[in-house]
Design a binder for this molecule. Structure first.
Ligand SMILES: C[S@@+](CC[C@H](N)C(=O)[O-])C[C@H]1O[C@@H](n2cnc3c(N)ncnc32)[C@H](O)[C@@H]1O
Length: 316
């Protein structure tokens, strides 16, 4: 799997242990921005219904384990059956006009499973396929006997008339002299454009992923997605105070992106430690403005109290 290199860190997070403020099935409610964070299974219909309160979701960003390296591997058939469950749960709460983004891996040692099987499975659903985005992972595996694995795939689907706002990278436009006549006058490329920078298109080469050098790093976790990528998706495919769903929270990147962009986030993870870190990351951000702990141990962090994050809703 393209991503961060692994060692003993490949253990499931739960093995490393950290007390989580939630019991399985519970949902934590944030009073300040209305976010919700649950400890539960994405394939459990009742849990997802209760987590989302069956309110319509404008955007879902799902980043499941890829059946590749870091989590216990299933047969591809089992994996696809498992995916079908959480996709159905997601579609149950997706609004009439909405977007669904899914990160997925391809195992180059096993005929690129499960990406092709997953794509075929997705054709069962009444969704429009819109884009297959490849994000360049700036780190990748440093092999000299194969092409370096630096890709991460992101599928984009829509239902109805989903909102979309064009995004730009920080890469300046360099193509000059492309003339077009507008209103009888020959204009230069840059003169007509909305930005001096290029758009990301569906190949994203501008997203730094050398995490240990970045403030957003969450040392304890190994499958964190870059905040910049998630913010790009949230900005492109949601508006105002729309609600965004992520059933595989891990490091809470979608929650943090939503907090920074004024969206409401509903998120969950099956691992207690991931849920606790997801909430702590938000608390830490509100206290310090920092997006993560870089080289510091997030497990040592204790919120300094008096935060507005309170209520825990129990099951049922
Ligand atoms: C690839 S990581 C997500 C990374 C996340 N997007 C981020 O940037 O931090 C996958 C996560 O899915 C969680 N997970 C695995 N099976 C799950 C399930 N059945 N329901 C909910 N979460 C699950 C794992 O605990 C893990 O934290």
């Amino acid at each position: 799997m393209p991503g961060r290199t692994h060692s003993t860190a490949d253990r499931a997070p739960a093995e490393k242990g950290i007390p989580c403020r939630l019991q399985p099935g519970e949902v934590w409610q944030d009073e300040q921005s209305g976010h919700r964070v649950g400890l539960g299974d994405a394939t459990d219909f009742d849990f997802v219904s209760r987590l989302t309160e069956d309110k319509p979701i404008t955007l879902a960003v799902q980043d499941p384990p890829y059946n590749v390296a870091m989590f216990p591997r299933k047969s591809v058939e089992q994996y696809i059956a498992w995916c079908r469950n959480w996709v159905e749960n997601t579609l149950h709460v997706l609004a009439e006009n909405s977007s669904l983004y899914i990160w997925m891996g391809a195992d180059q040692k096993r005929h690129f499973q499960p990406l092709p099987q997953f794509m075929i499975m997705m054709a069962e659903f009444d969704l429009q396929s819109r884009s297959l985005i490849t994000m360049r992972n700036q780190r990748g595996y440093g092999t000299s006997s194969n092409w370096m694995a630096v890709r991460q795939e992101l599928m984009y689907y829509t239902r109805g008339k989903a909102p979309f706002a064009v995004q730009y990278t920080d890469i300046p436009k360099i193509l000059r002299g492309y003339y077009k006549t507008v209103g009888g006058r020959r204009t230069e490329n840059l003169e007509r454009s909305h930005s001096n920078c290029i758009r990301p298109g569906n190949v994203w080469v501008d997203i730094q992923q050398v995490f240990y050098r970045m403030q957003e790093n969450i040392q304890t976790l190994r499958a964190q997605k870059p905040l910049k990528a998630i913010e790009r998706v949230v900005q492109a495919s949601s508006r105002g105070s729309d609600t965004v769903l992520d059933l595989f929270a891990h490091a809470g990147t979608t929650l943090l992106a939503c907090e920074r962009l004024g969206r409401r986030c509903i998120t969950a993870d099956i691992e207690p430690m991931c849920v606790e870190l997801t909430i702590r990351r938000l608390e830490h951000y509100r206290e310090t403005g920092h997006t993560g702990w870089q080289q510091d141990d997030p497990l040592q962090y204790q919120p300094i109290g008096n935060n507005t994050l309170t209520e825990t809703l129990t099951q049922g």
